[in-house]
Design a protein around this ligand. Structure first.
Ligand code: FPP
Length: 225
């Protein structure tokens, strides 16, 4: 049986989902937020320890201002839900650059991180204003600021945004098959699962299907043995 501690998801296809239904893009994001709630609950039920979600990349700021504003509001609303009783076992952590995020989001994030800090079952790693190249660059700069002149892999590991086990499985929805600057360092030995399902349609059944596919993979971590 493959170990499954950490699942990371690139949530893609909200816009296409809305377009297919002749709806405004924001309706896709809204249903996408419902999928977020569904996968968090499924992760809890399945005993997964860490769930990383790519909610907003450093590149996403280039989208139209109205869409960015809508996404930020949706994020704030979803963050508020994480303090409700049904998330009492979920601890929220943040990966990304604070610089550039609206003050309202940062305040909400800090509030929910604090309120959920004692929760034990699932770590929800929200990747927001996140880019993997930026994460590695930020880590190297933190190490240099400590006065080190020679850097080890361990130094980089310790200075990433969060000190979490590497993802065992990375899921991307909507048929795109690339990493798009997500967890480049951490993904060295991750298994990948790509599905054509658009993110707003990705609910418990689809998540369980991905977990089943993962359970059948043969993981070698570079060993031929
Ligand atoms: C991709 O759809 C998704 C995003 C831009 C980010 C993910 C955001 C959500 C799932 C909304 C809510 C998130 C949280 C954490 C509450 P797209 O717009 O790139 O779709 P497209 O490629 O079909 O245009």
């Amino acid at each position: 049986m493959n170990k499954l501690s950490h699942v990371a998801i690139i949530m893609d296809g909200n816009g296409r989902w809305a377009k297919l239904k002749n709806l405004p893009r924001k309706e896709g994001h809204k249903e996408g937020a419902n999928s977020v709630e569904a996968v968090v609950q499924t992760a809890l039920k399945e005993g997964i320890s860490v769930l990383s979600l790519y909610a907003f990349s450093t590149e996403n700021w280039a989208r139209p201002k109205t869409e960015v504003t809508y996404l930020m509001q949706l994020l704030a609303d979803t963050l508020s839900k994480f303090t409700e009783d049904k998330y009492k076992d979920v601890k929220l952590v943040f990966s990304g650059r604070r610089l550039g995020l609206p003050k309202k989001i940062l305040t909400k994030l800090d509030e929910v991180i604090k309120a959920t800090a004692g929760n034990k079952k699932l770590i929800l790693n929200l990747c927001l204003n996140y880019g993997a190249r930026q994460e590695i660059t930020d880590a190297v700069n933190k190490i240099l600021a400590q006065g080190k002149t020679k850097i080890t892999e361990g130094d980089i590991e310790k200075n990433l945004y969060q000190n979490l086990p590497a993802p065992d499985l990375i899921i991307r929805t909507s048929g795109e098959e690339r990493l798009s600057n997500f967890l480049l360092w951490q993904a060295a030995y991750s298994e990948f699962y790509f599905t054509k399902t658009l993110w707003p349609d990705f609910k418990e059944k689809d998540f369980l299907k991905a977990l089943l596919a993962y359970s059948k993979r043969e993981r070698r971590f570079g060993n031929r043995g």
